[in-house]
Design a protein around this ligand. Structure first.
Ligand code: ADP
Length: 380
């Protein structure tokens, strides 16, 4: 018999208490789904809004076990968690989504790339490289992109090597080298899948990154041909089906000049490239994540408005108690939606919030986005 998911009897746990968990809770509350968080930082963004908060290290086997045992379903908002504990919880009957098997593939960029290769999913050519590659070994690969196999995020752990002098920045830790892809656009597709194997895909979005590899602007829908849209959609479904994953998956793609699409990497959780879905799509990515891990019917992914999303990053040279300069001015503008993550302290480039500009046309959304970009600042 189907368990009643609503109310305090059913316990949904999340490992990690950042902004993704906070936005998840905002949606779960509408359904009276009870969400319990485990995280080390008591002041983390989702700590205050969860039904319960457990202080604990998501990389510690015993602590994840102790927390997970009290849950019916357990999910994550970050890949870097203790996977052995998740396997053992799964064995003991807790529903763990995304499955530990999937997290293990995705967590290590080397294993992830091998998975694409084995399953015929288009991706750039790559090699696994040891912790201490010799200079001559690296010289032969120029130009290439070196990526740490584990622990990297937001471009930390990625180095583009164009010439010999760049090799000074080479990592001495297990990594991969990838062919440098001369892409024309970076696209992202979010897809979800429930236990019944039903899938739902969001329209493709386009990302522009800044110099520190954080999303500068996200455009939804992407300015691409219908053919590329269809190809990207099919590819995202193929990836989640081949992973046999339950949950939500962001598939980052490179679009090449000849129209070819290559999978760069995937993230098995709500993603920065899906924040606009809160205002611009019928079902937000956070609600969809909830629906998928609880085996509920998946919601419509249809776009209702064009959108541009900007990350609200801590300003350079400011560290300390966060102050939002220009907030009221932006709030007065039509279509501007502000999300603050509740982080008390700012530091340069810390993700403090995001802004979505939702409009009837993309031109209008872009015009507003460009005009407001420097009008809000997070200072200390
Ligand atoms: P992270 O997981 O830290 O976000 P990514 O693998 O997404 O790292 O790489 C960060 C950025 O580096 C990408 O958004 C892209 O701009 C660039 N990049 C990554 N791989 C390649 C590649 N093979 N060729 C060209 N650029 C790349």
């Amino acid at each position: 018999m189907e368990r009643n998911l609503i109310g305090s009897e059913y316990r949904l746990g999340i490992l990690g208490g950042g902004q993704l968990g906070r936005m998840f809770i905002q949606e779960a509350i509408n359904y009276n789904i009870h969400v319990h968080i485990m995280e080390n930082d008591e002041n983390a963004p989702s700590a205050a809004s969860a039904n319960s908060f457990t202080k604990g290290d998501i990389n510690n086997y015993d602590e994840v076990m102790a927390f997970g045992k009290t849950m019916d379903t357990l999910t994550v908002e970050i890949e870097n968690v203790n996977i052995q504990a998740l396997y053992d919880l799964e064995k003991s009957g807790v529903k763990v989504f995304p499955q530990p098997r999937v997290l293990e593939i995705i967590k290590d960029k080397g294993v992830q790339k091998e998975f694409y290769k084995k399953n015929g999913i288009p991706t750039s050519n790559f090699d696994l490289i040891s912790s201490n590659p010799s200079k001559s070994e690296l010289m032969e690969k120029l130009p290439f992109v070196q990526k740490l196999r584990t622990g990297g995020y937001d471009g930390k752990g990625v180095e583009v090597m164009r010439n010999e002098s760049d090799l000074e920045n080479a990592f001495s830790a297990p990594s991969i080298s990838e062919e440098l892809v001369p892409f024309t656009k970076e696209l992202s597709v979010i897809v979800s899948r429930n236990e019944r194997g039903e899938t739902a895909v969001y329209p493709v979005v386009e990302c522009e990154f800044n110099e520190v590899n954080l999303v500068e602007f996200l455009f939804s829908p992407a300015n691409i041909t219908k053919e590329t849209e269809e190809k990207a959609t099919k590819l995202a479904i193929e990836v989640i089906n081949k992973l046999q994953m339950v949950g939500i998956l962001a598939v980052e793609l490179f679009l090449c000049e000849d129209g070819e699409l290559l999978v760069n990497e995937v993230a098995p959780r709500p993603h920065n490239s899906g924040h606009h879905t809160i205002e611009c799509n019928i079902t937000s990515q956070f609600e969809q994540h909830m629906r998928s891990v609880l085996n509920m019917p998946l919601g419509s992914t249809e776009t209702t408005q064009a959108g541009v999303m900007l990350n609200l990053l801590g300003s350079e040279g400011h560290e300390g108690q966060a102050i939002y300069k220009g907030l009221y001015e932006l709030m007065a503008l039509k279509g501007v939606h502000i999300h603050l993550y509740g982080k008390e302290k700012t530091k340069p480039n810390r993700k403090m919030g995001h802004i979505t500009i939702a409009c009837s046309t993309m031109d209008k959304a872009i015009e507003t986005a460009k005009s407001i970009k420097n009008r809000i600042r997070v200072v200390a």
